[in-house]
Design a protein around this ligand. Sequence first.
Ligand SMILES: [Zn+2]
Ligand SMILES: [Zn+2]
Length: 439
Amino acid sequence: GQGPVLLVGTRSALFQPVPRLGLVVLDEEHDESFKQEERLAYQAKEVAYFRVQQAKGLLVLGSATPDLKTAYAAASGQIDSVRLLKRATGGELPRVRVLNISDLRDPDTALAPKAVDRLQEVLAAGDQAMILLNRRGYAPLMYCLDCGQTLRCPHCHVGFTWHKRRERLVCHYCGLTLAWPLLCTSCGGGNFLPLGEGTERLEEQLRKILPDPDLVLRLDRDSARRQERLEDILARFARGEARVLVGTQMLAKGHHFPDVTLVLAADADLGLNLPDYRAAERAFQLMVQVSGRAGRGGRAGEVLIQTRNPDLPFWRFVCESDYQGFYEREIALREKYRYPPFVKLALVRLSFPQDWEGGADCLAAMGKVLREAGRELKVTVLGPAPAPLSRLRGRKRYHCLLKAPDWQSLRSLFFKAARENPAPRQVRLELDLDPVNML
Ligand SMILES: [Zn+2]
Ligand SMILES: [Zn+2]
């Protein structure tokens, strides 16, 4: 027939009936929104793979910063890879530099003097700037002022979060809890700075630089809860109604702002050290993506990254857009600490009303059953640990992290545990395979 031959759509397009499907292209394949979390959970990549296999077609996964699992599959010969060495749109890459802020010891100051200077110069030239912040939601991380390390769990290699009220450092992967204060596990020092609090003062600092509050727009989950509001903020910024746009990773998504010549990553260390095994991968993808926002209108763009660890090899890979260098280092860490692609990961989420008296006993019983089943099925069970968002809508939230060689043992373990220890009606229990979101 003469019907259409090309279908362009979001992830749900994969469920459209297409006779004689020959090719599926998933662009920006590293994007986590390809996994639907609500209602029927599915991973679009797997649906696409299944469909082209059935139709004997071809699946193409495209990205400048591939998912580490995809890159590993290519490196180990499970899938073919093709490298594009020229940018499709041509054009210069922006200059990316790190700005050492290790002498910035006032937790109330978010921007270094040099960053403020650059911002003022850019604005004086009539250009626009974007300031990138991390998503809120985690308790602060603890940064050692003496050796420059962020405290990490020795077993899981993810950042400890600091719970001020309980005076504790908590690993949200294995539940390891240390009394605070303590001495730095790397250097023995005792001077710490909580990371992730200073950015709340960013707007105060900006108001001094830009006395007119209308010149600053903010884009984050709260201000953009409704889609029209998000579009409205972006449109106003594109029209030049504001000079500075402050926001979370939403800033990185393919918008075109020709007058933006400076992108400033204010709290890059926070993103790199978040309590999630993919923190470095996400930080790398975000930095490379956000760099693409600077200097698209024919003028030279500049990206400034504020960090307290300017010597980390990670920043060199970011500055040079060196995905291969980043990949080789990161994949070695994944293997060492047993994370995907070397194991399959799942999260058992458990929550109950915060005033329910049976909560602690129920949690202990579930932990015991999971660990016993884990020994039997050769699945590593970590936790139960409080979720990073430990209370939400009147419920206390916990999780157990499971590591196994295959998906089937993870499912078997979960159903075995649920059968042997049926959850009371107060408890919500769910299995999240390959969790995208640890919150
Ligand atoms: Zn230290
Ligand atoms: Zn741990």
